[in-house]
Each structure stands twice: as structure tokens, then as C-alpha cells.
Design a protein around this ligand. Structure first.
Ligand SMILES: CC(C)(COP(=O)(O)OP(=O)(O)OC[C@H]1O[C@@H](n2cnc3c(N)ncnc32)[C@H](O)[C@@H]1OP(=O)(O)O)[C@@H](O)C(=O)NCCC(=O)NCCS
Length: 164
């Protein structure tokens, strides 16, 4: 173990492939977060069977520190299903950076609107997503809160739908 990485170190999103798959599988959330997100093993298995699912590793200082999975939906929308930062690296701004990089990628791919969901008791995720411009729009059958990225209001940080 080399200790947590600093946000100032180069942070990027890369596709999950054979070079980093094992590192993604080794990422762990805190035991109190196990009920908040499916394992990366399950996500990678789902993605292997569904070409619309896109998986990404968050790399900082050449170490894999987080993981995300989103769906390119047939109707042109994007749905972020999973975002996680390894427990050793949480609380240092990497989760927010992961979300910003994901949103840049979805915007560049022309996916809109963008949805995300989380367990209702997941206050850290709720506040993070809200601060990025995601508003509650629905509930899934399993009780997950569904949020949609809405256009920015003056001074806000929401989606800019006029972007090319
Ligand atoms: C949600 C998650 C990705 C955030 O990652 P992170 O690296 O800790 O996030 P950051 O350090 O960028 O913090 C983001 C915000 O949450 C706040 N936060 C982070 N951990 C917190 C905690 N334990 N308690 C209270 N606030 C917390 C930070 O203060 C920050 O707020 P700010 O930017 O307004 O200051 C991470 O907690 C995680 O992997 N959780 C388990 C999986 C999960 O719940 N995923 C979301 C649903 S799919």
C-alpha cells in the first residue's frame, strides 16, 4: 500500500481493458458502503454481456483509484449506473473529479439527457450529484432515487445543453 494519492496528480479516465481489469477488481468500498453499490466484478460481468454499457477506470498518479459504468441508451440518453472510489482514496476530491470527467465524456459523446441513480440513504452521493446539477426526477422499482442533469441556472454547474 502506497497511501492515498493527491488530487493534484494527473487524474484521468481510461477504458477498462486487460491491463487494468485486475486493478479495477481489487478496488474496495468501505464495509458500510457495500449496500450502496454493486461490486465491480458484477459491473464488469454485466458490461461483458451488454455492448451499450461502458466501463471506465479512474487513474491518478498511474494508479487505478476508482471505477465507473454508464449506459449509452438507444434513445440517445446516458445513464450513469456506477461510480466508486477506493476506500483508501475517498474524501480527497477524486469522486467529484470522476463525475466531472464522466460528464465531459458523456457530453462529448452527445448523450443527453443524463441520468444517475443512488440509494435514498446515500447522502454523500445525493449531495455530490445535486451539487453537479442532478435533480430528483423519479424512483426505480427497487427504491433507487433517479436524478437527471438539468441545465445550469445562473452561476450553477448544471448541464449546458446549448453546447455543441
Ligand atoms: C460517492 C463517492 C464516489 C465519493 O467519492 P470521494 O472521493 O469520497 O468524493 P470527494 O472526495 O470528491 O467528495 C465529494 C463530496 O462529498 C463529500 N464527502 C465525501 N465523503 C464524505 C463523507 N464520508 N461524509 C460526508 N461528506 C463526504 C465531500 O466533502 C465532497 O463535498 P464537497 O465537494 O462539496 O466538498 C464515494 O464515497 C464512494 O465510492 N462511495 C461508495 C459507492 C457509492 O456510493 N457510489 C454512488 C452511487 S452509485
Amino acid at each position: 500500500m502506497n497511501g492515498p494519492v493527491a488530487l493534484g496528480e494527473h487524474v484521468r479516465l481510461v477504458p477498462v481493458d486487460e491491463s487494468n481489469r485486475r486493478a479495477c477488481l481489487a478496488l474496495r468500498v468501505h464495509r458500510t458502503q457495500h449496500t450502496l453499490i454493486a461490486s465491480n466484478e458484477k459491473s464488469l460481468e454485466q458490461a461483458s454481456k451488454n455492448p451499450q454499457l461502458v466501463t471506465r477506470a479512474l487513474v491518478a498518479a498511474d494508479r487505478v483509484v476508482g471505477f465507473a459504468m454508464y449506459e449509452r441508451r438507444r434513445d440517445g440518453s446516458g445513464y450513469i449506473w456506477r461510480v466508486m472510489v477506493d476506500e483508501e482514496h475517498q474524501g480527497h476530491g477524486l469522486g467529484r473529479r470522476l463525475m466531472e470527467l464522466l460528464l465531459e465524456e458523456l457530453r462529448a459523446a452527445g448523450l443527453r439527457p443524463v441520468f444517475i441513480s443512488h440509494r435514498p440513504e446515500n447522502r454523500v452521493a445525493a449531495q455530490l450529484f445535486e451539487s453537479l446539477g442532478f435533480f430528483e426526477v423519479d424512483f426505480e422499482a427497487d427504491g433507487e432515487v433517479v436524478r437527471e442533469l438539468r441545465p445550469a441556472t445562473a452561476g450553477g454547474q448544471g448541464d449546458d445543453r446549448s453546447a455543441p
